[in-house]
Design a protein around this ligand. Structure first.
Ligand SMILES: C[S@@+](CC[C@H](N)C(=O)[O-])C[C@H]1O[C@@H](n2cnc3c(N)ncnc32)[C@H](O)[C@@H]1O
Length: 218
């Protein structure tokens, strides 16, 4: 019996040769992956140390369709616009060409410099497009009647509370890809990963008031 098992094991080792990689190859792979992570985190995460873990959102640029969908939901609107986490500035540039006075808040200094240079290169005056290197959680957003946010599902609930406290009644908020969990949307554009959602703050407040009134009656 033992002989039979040995024969099977010997046969298996022939059929399924062990693919143990050379230690040097493993070490090199480790070094390359660590290096790639270092480069990625340099561009995607600087300035994040002071932000709590649950509110960290890395850089990921909007797609062309996502930007177009955002602009569709802003049609007919004017005034000041804040992009929360402006990345390379693409949403700010699209909104400023539609006539908005835009401010992009961005924590990543490399992306802020890139956006500022691009704005200068395009000849945009700061009244049309400004990039501020600041944590948007610490900014009073009450001067803005338009807000765009492409962030992450984890932060949308907390962000909703901040916006409800600060924004004027006539403000519109566009959430890119990730909707607010408890807000009734006004409309949406696109589908899948490029979908964007529009919310009018007056309607959101009145919906949430009705909800809390019915909860009190019950
Ligand atoms: C998913 S990217 C979106 C970039 C850009 N809005 C776009 O649509 O292409 C999110 C951006 O938010 C920035 N960010 C994350 N948390 C931030 C914070 N607390 N304050 C300012 N910027 C922040 C990140 O650095 C990143 O560039």
């Amino acid at each position: 019996m033992e002989d039979a098992i040995e024969v099977i094991l010997q046969d298996d080792s022939k059929v399924l040769p062990t693919t143990r990689s050379h230690p040097l190859v493993s070490a090199c792979t480790g070094v390359v992956l660590t290096g790639l992570y270092g480069v990625w985190s340099l561009f995607a995460l600087p300035g994040f140390r002071r932000i709590p873990w649950n509110l960290k959102v890395p850089y990921l640029p909007s797609s062309k369709d996502q930007t177009l969908n955002t602009m569709k939901l802003l049609e007919g609107r004017t005034g000041r616009l804040a992009d929360l986490g402006s990345g390379d500035g693409r949403l700010v540039f699209a909104a400023s060409s539609a006539g908005f006075r835009c401010t992009g808040f961005e924590i990543n200094s490399i992306l802020v410099s890139y956006s500022r240079n691009k704005a200068r290169w395009r000849g945009l005056p700061s009244s049309q497009a400004t990039f501020v290197k600041k944590d948007f959680w610490k900014i009073d957003l009450s001067p803005y009647n338009n807000v765009t946010a492409f962030l992450s599902p984890e932060v949308m609930g907390v962000l909703g509370e901040k916006l409800l406290k600060e924004l004027p009644d006539d403000a519109r908020v566009i959430a890119c890809r990730f909707p607010f969990p408890d807000w009734p949307r006004q409309s949406s554009a696109g589908s899948g990963l490029d979908q964007t959602f529009a919310y009018d703050i007056r309607n959101v407040r009145s919906h949430l008031r009705k909800l809390s009134n019915t909860a009190c009656v019950e």
